[in-house]
Design a protein around this ligand. Structure first.
Ligand SMILES: NC(=O)c1ccc[n+]([C@@H]2O[C@H](COP(=O)([O-])OP(=O)(O)OC[C@H]3O[C@@H](n4cnc5c(N)ncnc54)[C@H](O)[C@@H]3O)[C@@H](O)[C@H]2O)c1
Length: 338
């Protein structure tokens, strides 16, 4: 049975990852690492049979695990991933995988050299409503998808375990809502449109939190390589009065509307079908039920060499979309060709 160590025992690790790991019979978490003694103690309370450490190096030396699950703030991901790959461990890491172009390039080489899996937590793919969208698109109900709109409205940034919120420090987070929610939006649109980006245009704004060092609102348009026009519009904000997710996917034979807790499937010439979900997509932040599918995907990349790398290639594409969006915004929303 594969043995894992969790690094970063903050909100998403304890509320989202740990319950899912604990439910599994095919893998076991044997250790937890956090620079905060309080967080390590909370982990130990939840997982008395596991050991706790202040650094990953100590955990590797003592436990010789097979994999790590990293949920520390973004600016720490790169060096922790390097340590893990160098020690021959498979790596599962929260989004955003890394913050710099040089880092993702170096990790591409390290991943090849190590022969280990390096996977980012792309958990929104596994929200029940998103799985239903994927399955409807695969069934071809609306034909070939050509246009996507994706809206994420939040009333402010999420809190962190530390009083000083790393999400608001660009050195630690890599930016504001573009990096916090844009990474999720980008792997979803790549998954659903199944095409390569051609052009990106973006604007990052401070609409409400003007004194923040990061943007609270991001608008991104991506044009795709396809036979005919294909594009995605992404709108993300922390400056809304409501918390809501919604979207639209238009295809050659109809469209799918997503309204947080419902899908409306409109097939040309037929009456619309509504599918309701127990929870709104915007409800909660940690989702152990979605993370359970992430564990399946991680184990499947480990055991099946033909799947290894699939997730990393998507991570590279998300990274590039984030980079191009920032660059376009710096150039006053100039359209940037890939
Ligand atoms: N996929 C999702 O839906 C989702 C949701 C929330 C957060 N996240 C991501 O998860 C990561 C963590 O977010 P969070 O909200 O849990 O943050 P958090 O602040 O609640 O937790 C971070 C933890 O990491 C610890 N830490 C910091 N530096 C460390 C280091 N060098 N070594 C060991 N421990 C260290 C902190 O003490 C803290 O316990 C971020 O990358 C974030 O973007 C993803």
């Amino acid at each position: 049975m594969l043995r894992g160590v969790m690094v970063g025992l903050g909100n998403v690790a304890i509320e989202g990852h740990l319950p899912a790991w604990k439910d599994r019979k095919d893998v076991v978490i044997v250790g937890g690492v956090d620079s905060s003694k309080d967080r390590a103690a909370l982990f130990k309370k939840n997982m008395p049979e596991a050991q706790t450490f202040g650094t990953l190096d100590e955990a590797i030396l003592s436990l010789k695990p097979d994999f790590v699950d990293i949920a520390t703030p973004p600016h720490t991901h790169f060096s922790i991933i390097k340590t893990a790959l160098r020690a021959g461990l498979h790596v599962l890491c929260e989004k955003p995988l890394v913050l710099k172009k040089s880092e993702i390039e170096e990790l591409a080489l390290d991943r090849e050299d190590s022969g280990k899996v390096l996977m980012t937590v792309h958990n929104w793919k596994y929200a029940p409503i998103c799985r239903e969208i994927s399955s409807r698109l695969e069934s071809g109900v609306i034909g070939k998808p050509k246009r996507l709109e994706w809206y994420v409205l939040r009333t402010g940034p999420s809190v962190t375990t530390d009083k000083e919120n790393w999400r608001l420090n660009p050195e630690m987070s890599g930016g504001g809502i573009l990096i916090d929610h844009g990474w999720h939006a980008f792997y979803l649109l790549l998954e659903w449109l199944k095409a390569d980006p051609l052009k990106v245009k973006a604007s990052l704004e401070k609409r409400q939190y003007e004194d923040l060092s990061v943007e609270d609102t991001a608008k991104v348009t991506v044009d795709f390589h396809m036979d005919g026009p294909a594009s995605a519009e992404v709108f993300l904000t922390w400056a809304s009065r409501v918390r809501k997710n919604s979207g639209l996917i238009e295809g050659s034979k109809g469209r799918i509307l997503m309204e947080d807790d419902r899908l409306i499937i409109e097939k040309t010439g037929q009456s619309p079908e509504t599918v309701m979900f127990d929870k709104a997509l915007s409800a909660g932040s940690h989702h152990p039920d979605w993370f359970n599918f992430i564990i399946d995907e991680f184990l499947s990349e480990i055991s099946d060499a033909s799947k290894s790398g699939n997730n990393f290639y998507t991570s590279q594409a998300c990274f590039k979309l984030i980079e191009k969006s920032k660059e376009s915004s710096e150039k006053n929303a100039a359209p940037l060709v890939y």
